[in-house]
Ligand binder design. Structure first.
Ligand SMILES: [Zn+2]
Ligand SMILES: [Zn+2]
Ligand SMILES: [Zn+2]
Ligand SMILES: [Zn+2]
Length: 224
């Protein structure tokens, strides 16, 4: 499985050419990716969704002129955050923006909007408008995920091997993701370990990994 390297460059993949790019370089690549077709008639908007607290998680999404915030909400839920149908909102405290709003009429390049999923155990994200794009979306949808981060380095806290679980109980107590491999999960984070409270969830390539009952919708290494 491909993961981010140690270089703190927060790498991910372009959906079209499968090339590796850093968070910084991906947006300019998407405008010139050799696997894409541009057209002067197309004026879509390229967005970056990221977690301001865990900067190695990011999505690049392109939206067409019909796309509404509702469509973006659905995509963010499907790819990254949906656990049990919590409420979500764009705009943050006092400045909520209705989900019926057309995205292109709401955000101009260099502008940003907050997004919150779940007002209890919140996942707070930022939606940044990067630039307009004249590349066609590849499907029939109004929004398309076009690039995203690889799984960040996720080593078991006990032994250093690739983790596959996150203990929700320990994570909440320690206020950071407590990652464990299969072996150490059996040994330290199981139900027989009764004096402590453990609750293992499968690790996810998502800023909601280990929060509430979040489980990844796809295998850990599947990006698109
Ligand atoms: Zn590409
Ligand atoms: Zn939930
Ligand atoms: Zn381990
Ligand atoms: Zn635990």
């Amino acid at each position: 499985m491909k993961t981010q390297t140690n270089s703190r460059k927060y790498e991910g993949q372009c959906k079209f050419c499968q090339g590796d790019f850093t968070k910084k370089d991906i947006a300019s690549h998407l405008a010139v990716c050799p696997k894409r077709k541009g057209s002067a008639k197309v004026k879509n908007l390229r967005l970056r969704i990221s977690d301001p607290y865990q900067k190695n998680f990011w999505l690049i999404i392109e939206v067409n002129e019909q796309a509404k915030l509702k469509d973006l909400d659905n995509l963010i839920r499907d790819v990254w955050v949906e656990c049990c149908g919590h409420l979500s909102s764009f705009g943050g405290y006092g400045g909520e923006v209705g989900k019926g709003r057309c995205i292109i009429e709401t955000l101009k390049p260099a502008e940003a909007l907050n997004y919150t999923y779940d007002f209890g155990s919140s996942t707070e994200l930022v939606v940044e408008a990067l630039e307009y794009s004249n590349c066609q979306l590849s499907g029939k949808g109004k929004v398309e995920l076009v690039a995203r981060n690889y799984l960040p380095l996720s080593n078991c806290l006990k032994c250093g091997e690739q983790a596959t679980f996150v203990c929700a109980a320990c994570s909440e107590e320690e206020e950071k993701s407590v990652l464990v491999c299969e072996k150490c999960a059996e040994k330290y984070h199981n139900e027989e370990n009764e004096e402590e409270d453990h609750y293992g969830l499968p690790l996810a390539n998502s800023p909601r990994s280990g929060v509430c009952g979040y489980e990844p919708p796809e295998p850990l290494d599947k990006l698109f």
